[in-house]
Design a protein around this ligand. Structure first.
Ligand SMILES: Nc1nc2c(c(=O)[nH]1)N[C@H]1C(S)=C(S)[C@@H](COP(=O)(O)OP(=O)(O)OC[C@H]3O[C@@H](n4cnc5c(=O)[nH]c(N)nc54)[C@H](O)[C@@H]3O)O[C@H]1N2
Ligand SMILES: Nc1nc2c(c(=O)[nH]1)N[C@H]1C(S)=C(S)[C@@H](COP(=O)(O)OP(=O)(O)OC[C@H]3O[C@@H](n4cnc5c(=O)[nH]c(N)nc54)[C@H](O)[C@@H]3O)O[C@H]1N2
Ligand code: SF4
Ligand SMILES: [Mo]
Length: 568
């Protein structure tokens, strides 16, 4: 066990907090700039949660050794190409990928794409060549922060804390906590962000805020992009986006002569053309000169592995399936690690039906909704009892996690499970654990600003408003302060504006082409009147969402749907 008491928050969150363990207590590290001595309410819930105490087979308690023997036996008697390895983001430590190495060598089908940030990442990469965030100091040094489709103060509370005294502008269909703290809130219609970006670019040009020389020297395709912006009369954007020109002028009054940052979130890209939408926003940012400033810039969910060599890579010829479209019933064995697809994956009915028809192995820390469908459950060791390193998608600091206590129950870490299986199958061994951890600790990745920005030159996006009527609603989800995706305190309500004429505690049936479910109504005028809002982790919302992948990246598009609501 390590004498060093550093532990990292393992959860999927921009902040990647560093903590310290002492005498059974965990405290936020004061030496970590972002953590700054504090942890959040979800971390407190993590420490209080009930861990799986034992392995289970057909719902009966068994020993860990028996569980591992059953797993090996099953794998030896199943054709590898009829097995699926499915990993979620319950723990974002680098050691989580050890098991993928085994399943790659074994020959399992793997997943591709993402349930999270895939579309947006492709959009950023297409413009700049990589998805790397500027250093956090550049955010701190800027004057104005535009929060675009991101629930900033809730989903990255520590980063917000570093900049909370800035001037904010929020672009979001919901009056979020950060929208309430903003000088200006553009409450646009969902899936119209690309149109707003084109509208803003047009006004940038009218106000002569673009720098022709900079664009000429550092970018490609700006004239094409500007041509697209000119295609439509300015006022026509008001109708479709729901944003008044007056408010657009206010935005320019606020940012004029100021250094500006955009913190861009998941909200803009939960659609079929999520990559194009994101690229339009980054193109506007370039046009108005945000990338040319000494500070400021555009922050998205950074590729935290950028420039690191993959430590567990095995170059096999494994087949890969798009993660939002996975049909579990196609496989004889499904190995699920650190995920809760029964709640978090799209099209819940399809997911459940698929899981019922296959042998499910669940490898995780807690008994979640997916465990109800598991034939074999193997407990994974809690974060305080395994060594790891966490890279961040929100800022440039890594967090180190040492094993600070012995596991109090029968469990196995991802690295040890992979090693065990590799030995049983006589496969190629993994690198030594310390060598892997030291690699990350010793190699700091520096930010490299792109050399040439490539504007989007062709925008082909099918708007959702085309099929919007008085009767249907846009579906919106955002993260909850009290939960981390499907973990901890779950809220199963639907939130609607009072103009919808529904009332508090009405029971409603909500339907989409993918399924339906019953919800309890909460009236809240922070929600735009054409939207139905649900917190991520809601056990029923994904009955309504499409199990289809987006245009470019095999990733989910939870909001590419219109829904109907009727009283029960
Ligand atoms: N407390 C807490 N923190 C978390 C998480 C959690 O579950 N709880 N989850 C973590 C994870 S996995 C991730 S990926 C990050 C994500 O963090 P965020 O990027 O903040 O993502 P969301 O919470 O989904 O919020 C997206 C925002 O976009 C808005 N939105 C929805 N549709 C549109 C649209 O069409 N246009 C615009 N402009 N806005 C739209 C929503 O109203 C919402 O405010 O947060 C991480 N942090
Ligand atoms: N409608 C809708 N659906 C969404 C979203 C949305 O905004 N709207 N958000 C999407 C996003 S951004 C994401 S990232 C996904 C998240 O979806 P998932 O990756 O499925 O995450 P969770 O549902 O939180 O489930 C994580 C599980 O990991 C387990 N776990 C925790 N720590 C460990 C560990 O150390 N080892 C192992 N083996 N297991 C562990 C926990 O028991 C927990 O149940 O959901 C997506 N689903
Ligand atoms: S803010 Fe995020 S990284 Fe920090 S303790 Fe909370 S969940 Fe963990
Ligand atoms: Mo995510």
């Amino acid at each position: 066990m390590s004498s060093n008491n550093n532990v990292a928050c393992p959860m999927d969150c921009y902040d990647t907090c560093q903590a310290e363990y002492s005498d059974g207590l965990v405290k936020g590290s004061k030496n970590n700039r972002v953590t700054n001595g504090k942890l959040c309410v979800n971390f407190a819930s993590l420490l209080k949660q009930e861990y799986l105490q034992t392995a289970k087979y057909n719902s009966e308690d068994i020993s860990l050794e028996q569980g591992l023997e059953i797993l090996v036996d099953k794998l030896k008697n199943t054709e590898a190409s009829r097995t699926l390895f499915y990993k979620g983001s319950g723990n974002l430590g680098v050691m989580q990928s050890a098991s993928k190495n085994f399943f790659s060598q074994y020959g399992s089908v793997l997943t591709k794409g993402s349930l999270c940030d895939g579309g947006g990442s492709a959009g950023i990469e297409a413009g700049r060549g990589s998805v790397q965030n500027p250093p956090i100091q550049d955010l701190i040094d800027s004057d104005v922060i535009i929060v675009w489709g991101r629930n900033f103060s809730v989903t990255s509370p520590h980063i917000y804390n570093l900049v909370k005294d800035k001037t904010f502008i929020t672009i979001d269909p919901i009056k979020t906590d950060i929208a309430k703290k903003s000088e200006l809130h553009l409450q646009l219609n969902p899936k119209t962000d690309h149109e707003l970006a084109l509208m803003l670019t047009r006004v940038t040009y009218m106000n002569r805020l673009d720098d022709e020389e900079y664009l000429e020297e550092n970018t490609e395709g700006n004239d094409w992009f500007f041509d697209i912006c000119k295609n439509r009369p300015l006022v026509s954007y008001e109708v479709t986006t729901g944003v008044e020109l007056n408010d657009v002028y206010k935005l320019f009054d606020i940012i004029e002569d100021k250094t500006v940052s955009i913190v861009l979130g998941l909200g803009v890209q939960k659609y079929f053309e999520g990559a194009q939408i994101t690229r339009c926003i980054d193109s506007f940012a370039t046009f108005v000169g945000i990338h040319k400033q000494d500070c400021g810039g555009v922050w998205y969910l950074s590729d935290s592995n950028y420039a690191y060599e993959k430590q567990f890579e095995y170059k096999g010829k494994n087949k890969k399936v798009a993660i939002p479209t996975v049909d579990f019933s196609h496989y004889d064995l499904v190995f699920i690690q650190g995920a809760n697809p029964v709640v978090s994956a799209p099209n819940t009915k399809f997911v459940k039906e698929g899981l019922e028809k296959t042998f499910v192995v669940y490898f995780g820390t807690t008994f979640n909704d997916t465990c109800e469908y598991a034939d074999l459950i193997i407990p994974s060791t809690e974060f305080l009892s395994k060594d790891d390193v966490r890279l961040s998608y929100g800022h440039e600091y890594i967090a180190i996690s040492n094993k600070v206590k012995e596991a109090s129950y029968n469990s196995i870490s991802e690295y040890d499970l992979a090693n065990y299986l590799i030995k049983e199958f006589n496969f190629e061994s993994l690198k030594d654990k310390d060598e892997i951890l030291n690699y990350y600790i010793e190699n700091k990745v520096e930010y490299e600003k792109f050399e040439t920005f490539e504007f989007i030159e062709d925008v082909e996006i099918e708007p959702l408003y085309k099929n919007k009527t008085q009767e249907n609603f846009y579906l919106i989800t955002a993260k909850n302060k009290l939960s981390l995706n499907s973990q901890f305190e779950i809220d199963n309500n639907v939130y609607l504006n009072s103009a919808t004429n529904f009332k508090d505690d009405d029971k409603v049936k909500i339907s989409s082409p993918y399924g339906s479910a019953i919800f309890n109504v909460k009236i809240n005028d922070d929600i735009k009147d054409n939207c139905a809002f649900f917190f991520a982790g809601n056990r029923f919302v994904n009955y309504l969402t499409p199990n289809k992948d987006d245009e470019d990246t095999f990733s989910a598009m939870y909001q590419e749907v219109l829904i109907e609501i009727e009283l029960c």
